[in-house]
Design a binder for this molecule. Sequence first.
Ligand SMILES: Nc1ncnc2c1ncn2[C@@H]1O[C@H](COP(=O)(O)OP(=O)(O)OP(=O)(O)O)[C@@H](O)[C@H]1O
Ligand SMILES: C[C@@](O)(CCOP(=O)(O)OP(=O)(O)O)CC(=O)O
Length: 370
Amino acid sequence: MKVTVITAPNIALIKYWGKENEELFIPINSSLSVTLDSKDMSTTTTLSFNETNEDILILNGKQCPLAKRMTNILSWFRGETKETRPILINTQNSFPTAAGLASSSSSYSAFVIALFLLLNPTHPPTLSIEELSFLSTISRQGSGSSCRSMFGGCVEWEKGSSSDSRSSKAVQICTSAALSDLEILVCVVSSAAKSIGSTEGMQKTANDPSLRTLRETNVPPRLEKAKLSILSKDFASLAQITMDECTEFLHCCSTTIPPNGYLSPISTQIIQAVNDFNTINKNLLVFYTFDAGPNAILFTRTGDLLSFLDYFLRKPITNSSTKRTSVQTKDPICSKFIEEWHTGPGETDQEIIQTIIHTKVGEGPHIEIS
Ligand SMILES: Nc1ncnc2c1ncn2[C@@H]1O[C@H](COP(=O)(O)OP(=O)(O)OP(=O)(O)O)[C@@H](O)[C@H]1O
Ligand SMILES: C[C@@](O)(CCOP(=O)(O)OP(=O)(O)O)CC(=O)O
């Protein structure tokens, strides 16, 4: 038997950045994200029983040692099911790994769903909302943000309490269908693995009393406002809240000792371009967020996508004298625009955004059993 699970990374609009309980992965605050479309960015994980006598992990085609977090999850499932046969984990990301594009979120959610189904062979290949919510409490202990990739659409990770670890879980706020007007541009500035991982970065913030108090105070009301903006389709309000949250998150990274500066000069120019576009249009038509890395994630609505691209693709960060940023899109209208889009070469020779991945909000995990 082989179980394959395809999941997508999720991008937090309201960030998880610090643990209240390190051992149980209980966060300082609840967080809110959208899950991307797995047709554009995904982790595909296949699990089967292994003929040899140990668990094996093949990540992006190369054998790697299993992370302690993976072996903890395996031990937990084995304790529950009494199944002890070694497992072969074959997993691939369709996008840069550990580069601040939330690869841990898609990878641990796929791993936990696949493991649950492999070790419960009579279970049908679909999972109920309650089962996914339960699995989010296990996945959370591999990587906190992964619990939100259990669902598509917009998802909240409810903080819950340390005295009841099962209460810290993912809950879907709305489906992808309710967010079909949202267009997402993932700007890959660097695909290199970042030097300070999220786990270590957020520890520094949580250990700083003033930064921790800032997050504990500001996030809960901000998250409620973000949910209301999503449910009432108030794009401008969501834009302002997400950018305010991102500014605070980046402040919490860059003011630790030693500082954790995740942005690059290109990231700063992306922020500038988004602000300028909104100023020209006298409206918040595009907004940005960053995870722990220099890559920007931009959000706009379908009606504004092409005019924003027309503006953005003329900027020196997408169009230098020798190269152009490549745009990956499966949308026929956007594809046609990119094909027919002509402009002269840019004048500077500066670094540019490597790739822009155009995507939408996705439906959540896909499961195949053979
Ligand atoms: N498909 C996968 N299977 C198993 N482990 C993976 C997989 N993809 C990524 N990982 C592991 O997840 C970790 C990367 O997590 P990290 O949080 O540092 O980066 P990220 O998720 O890309 O960025 P961020 O969460 O800050 O946006 C690495 O240890 C990496 O080996
Ligand atoms: C910036 C973030 O993406 C940080 C994610 O951190 P991780 O979930 O990768 O951290 P661990 O729980 O220690 O594995 C914000 C977010 O996704 O909410």
